[in-house]
Design a protein around this ligand. Structure first.
Ligand code: MN
Length: 247
């Protein structure tokens, strides 16, 4: 029984290679898996389920195929695709998860999340997050015409890129105390998340417990995923060039 996790693909028009790599991944690596968890920022931008960029159509179709066979599909929103709603998840046959969930993996329980909520040192970002995650803001945004929403999203994306560039790397990483709090609250020893684009497996001890934090990588020259079975979980990197040769 194999359970897979991916995050931070940031699929968009400008990167058709990543769309191809994901379709390939769904057809090969993910084929026959027990479940696939999409942990946010699968899409670089999402302005509401009533607008799907045509470049994403092959991905939508392949996700439908995966979920209609034997694999369970789960979606957690990231900080770019936080407006993904049940209309999209119904379309692709996925279950929309809360921003933080405890899941039973073949080897153990794990806490899963996109990870932006752990960057508690970044107060400016947390304020922005509270604003765009509020029902009022979302209702107002979703009521705007598609063209206007695309423009606002483009503006927000440019602002966020400029701001992230001027922040120290400590501020944009997860806060260790937030990680400990989350694991303790969930009463599990394993946390899986994405968002920071710092793929790694961190092991540490707290209050006499051996804890692990696995961080997914963003897709760029390589694709990253976490694969879990009865023996445990591993973080895997695959060069996109090699994946396409193998496919
Ligand atoms: Mn993110």
């Amino acid at each position: 029984m194999t359970v897979l996790f991916v995050a931070d693909l940031h699929l968009c028009q400008q990167r058709p290679d990543l769309t191809r790599a994901f379709v390939n991944f769904l057809k090969t690596t993910a084929q026959g898996c027990h479940s696939l968890y999409l942990l946010g920022d699968i899409f670089e931008v999402w302005i509401g389920d009533d607008y799907i960029d045509p470049c994403l159509q092959p991905v939508i179709e392949q996700l439908k195929i995966l979920s209609s066979t034997q694999s369970a599909l789960y979606f957690q929103q990231g900080n770019r695709d936080f407006l993904v709603g049940s209309k999209l998840t119904d379309l692709i046959g996925a279950k929309l998860l809360k921003e933080s969930e405890i899941v039973q993996l073949p080897s153990q329980k794990a806490l899963i999340m996109h990870g932006d909520q752990l960057c508690t040192d970044d107060l400016a970002y947390q304020n922005f997050r509270n604003m765009v995650r509020s029902q009022d803001w979302q209702q107002e945004f979703l009521a705007k015409p598609i063209q206007e929403r695309l423009q606002i999203a483009e503006y927000l994306r440019a602002t966020s890129k400029a701001e992230t560039g001027s922040k120290t790397s400590q501020i944009t990483d997860v806060c260790h105390s937030a990680v400990l709090d989350a694991l303790q609250h969930a009463q599990v020893n394993l946390l899986i998340h994405g968002h920071t684009h710092r793929p790694a497996t961190h092991s540490f001890t707290a209050a006499g417990k051996q804890l692990t934090r696995m961080v997914l990588g963003d897709w760029d020259q390589s694709l990253w995923y976490i694969q879990c079975d009865e023996l445990g979980c591993v973080l895997i990197e695959q060069k996109i060039s090699e994946q396409q040769l193998a496919g």
